[in-house]
Each structure stands twice: as structure tokens, then as C-alpha cells.
Write a protein that binds this ligand. Structure first.
Ligand code: AR6
Length: 198
């Protein structure tokens, strides 16, 4: 599924983020930035040992913040490492920290002239954030960023498995519907921009 937000594309795709050809891919990392399981492990394996070498020089990353490295053996030129909240540990602050992880990743992309970015579903694996709660926050934060500026031309959510894809698709469709019903500004004003990927 694709929608146009302002002058940019927002896409939902099912797949493996390590295979994406966007200029940057985002890693759902931990504060050490020294690797782990899930999407983090997959990115470190695919990028090769040079990624770990560069990450050692960064001194970690706080929850809700982001850092950029090269992509090494990946198709993507850059990896943006962000740290999402741990759902049960961060409690009431979890939604704002999750939004911050997406927003800071996009700010770091903009600062580095990156025009296309792929995101995984941050915090919804080992960090335990229920995906039905995380998807609307992820989408709302990215949409609001794209509405405020035009330098990033494409943001792709790469969802691991069909059920994750369906959760994001449902959340995006609900948002589109809500925007249209309110007659508000935004993606819902451009239903011709909504189409399914082949
Ligand atoms: N491509 C896209 N999405 C993926 C991939 C992949 N190759 N592999 C897994 N996912 P997680 P978190 C999905 O656990 O919850 C690590 O150990 C997965 O299905 O990777 O933010 C870090 O070092 C899930 O929906 O990240 C941290 O310690 C989503 O990516 C911790 O896990 C996120 O799951 C971070 O936990």
C-alpha cells in the first residue's frame, strides 16, 4: 500500500529490511549499539564486521534518540540506529519515546541529505510493544514529519510477515478514512494517491 503525504511517498511493504534499496535503513537497536537479536542481528550480519567497528566509536545511544553509520555491505548507503522503548519498563513514557525514535531517525536522515528511508516496526519484537498500539504511533509520527517538510521523498515501513503488514495496513486505512471524514488536510485529501503495490 502506498499513500502520498504532502510531496512524499509513504509505503507499507512486507519483507526483510536488510534487502531494501532505500538510501538508509533504520535499525531497532539497543543503547549499546553493539548488536543484538531480531532486526538488529540481521542488519549487523548483512552489513559485515565493519558496521560493528564503526558502532564501537559512537558511544551508544539513548532511548528515543538516533545515530547514523555507513551501510557497508548493505544496498542502503546508511544505517540509522535508533533505540525504542521497552514497553513494560518505560510505562507511561513508552508512546512518547516510540514517537521520538521515529522522529529523531527522520531528523538524522534529513541532516545527512538522505531522501529515502526504510523503517522496521520499532520495539514490537524483543521490546514487547504490542504492534496494534505501536502502528498508529509510528504512522502518525512519520506522517506529521512528512507533512512538515519535503526533503524526504520516500518512507517505507518494512513489516516482517503478513500479520504485521496487516496491522499497519489497517491502521493506515483507518487514518485515511478518519482524515477524509474530517475533511481535513493531509493524505485523505488525495485518495487518488492511494494504491496497492503490485
Ligand atoms: N526485517 C524487518 N523486520 C524485522 C526483521 C527483518 N529482517 N527481523 C525482525 N523484524 P526486534 P525491538 C521485526 O526484536 O522490539 C534486539 O536484540 C520483528 O518481527 O528486532 O525494537 C536489539 O539489540 C519485530 O516486529 O526489535 C534490542 O536489544 C520488529 O522487527 C532489541 O532487540 C522489531 O523487533 C530491540 O527490540
Amino acid at each position: 500500500m502506498q499513500v502520498i503525504i504532502n510531496q512524499s511517498w509513504l509505503e507499507l511493504a512486507e519483507g526483510d529490511i536488510t534487502k531494501q534499496d532505500t538510501e538508509a535503513i533504520v535499525n531497532a537497536a539497543n543503547p549499546s549499539l553493539l548488536g543484538g537479536g531480531g532486526v538488529d542481528g540481521a542488519i549487523f550480519r548483512a552489513a559485515g564486521p565493519e558496521l560493528l567497528e564503526e558502532c564501537r566509536t559512537l558511544g551508544g545511544c539513548k532511548t528515543g534518540d538516533a545515530r547514523i553509520t555507513k551501510g557497508y555491505r548493505l544496498k542502503a548507503k546508511h544505517v540509522i540506529h535508533t533505540v525504542g522503548p521497552v514497553y513494560y519498563r518505560d510505562g507511561e513514557r513508552a508512546p512518547e519515546l516510540l514517537a521520538s525514535a521515529y522522529r529523531r531517525s527522520l531528523e538524522v536522515a534529513s541532516e545527512n541529505n538522505v531522501r529515502s528511508v526504510s523503517f522496521p516496526s520499532i520495539s514490537t519484537g524483543a521490546y514487547g510493544y504490542p504492534i496494534e498500539e505501536a502502528a498508529p504511533i509510528a504512522l502518525r509520527t512519520v506522517i506529521s514529519y512528512l507533512e512538515s517538510r519535503t526533503d524526504i521523498e520516500l518512507v517505507r515501513f518494512v513489516l516482517f510477515g503478513h500479520s504485521a503488514y496487516q496491522v499497519y495496513e489497517k491502521a493506515l486505512k483507518a487514518r485515511e478514512q478518519g482524515t477524509r471524514e474530517q475533511g481535513g488536510k493531509g493524505a485523505g485529501e488525495q485518495p487518488s494517491g492511494i494504491r496497492n503495490l503490485p
